[in-house]
Write a protein that binds this ligand. Structure first.
Ligand code: URA
Length: 213
């Protein structure tokens, strides 16, 4: 399936290219493109090498990530790490980021419950994701779940029919479509978890050939 990227920049980032990801992160720290910066502790930008061959894109930072200032360090991140390892991928060689860079939540007493980013928030934040892709130029982008997929390719590409496929969008690197690891954390039936986990690892395994040496 040939699809076009939707909300990212026009990719004329020559100056950012020279200054690199640190400069981009610094700019993003002052981002007010949507309201989410107001309640989050801090921006959670992507991390990893600018020369990474594989970019992993999640939804948004969770409670733990918001506090740590790093992507995928909470329960979903730990599960992602084990699945990556079982799939033969080395997280330390990937660039790990999110479609939305600030934690969106509903306060419930002392707890902060994850709240899904809406289409406008995803679209505004897609500028940063597009810039990260432009700078890193990965061989493959892995869309972890529907929010990442929407940010990368818009609303016409649906997760269920494309899951496990590698799509080749216009001027983007190829996109591997898979689930978000937190989906596995929500399944109650043990057999179902085992099956879905195995499918997730099989999806991730498709990225190995893009990892390089
Ligand atoms: N879920 C995400 O999508 N990203 C994170 O960084 C953590 C949890």
């Amino acid at each position: 399936m040939n699809v076009a990227p939707k909300f990212g920049p026009a990719f004329t980032l020559e100056s950012a290219d020279a200054a690199g990801l640190d400069q981009l992160r610094h700019q993003a720290e002052g981002c007010t493109r949507c309201e989410l910066y107001k309640n989050a502790t801090q921006l959670v930008f992507g991390e990893g090498s600018q020369r990474a061959a594989i970019m992993l894109v999640g939804e948004q930072p969770g409670d733990k990530e918001d506090i740590a200032g790093r992507p995928f360090v909470g329960p979903a991140g730990r599960l992602l790490d084990t699945c990556l390892e079982e799939a033969g991928l080395d997280r330390s060689r990937c660039y790990v980021t999110n479609a939305v860079k600030h934690f969106k939540f509903e306060p419930r007493g002392k707890r902060r419950l994850h709240s899904k980013p809406n289409a406008g928030e995803i679209q505004r934040c897609a500028w940063w994701l597009g810039a990260e892709i432009k700078l890193v130029r990965p061989n493959l982008v892995v869309a972890l779940g529907a929010t990442a997929l929407y940010s990368l390719l818009g609303s016409k590409v649906k997760l269920t029919p494309e899951r496990g496929h590698i799509l080749t969008p216009g001027n983007h690197p190829p996109v591997l479509v898979t689930i978000h690891p937190s989906f596995l954390l929500r399944i109650r039936d043990e057999e179902d978890v085992a099956r879905q986990r195995a499918n997730f690892i099989a999806d991730l395994h498709r990225a190995v050939q893009y990892q390089g040496n």
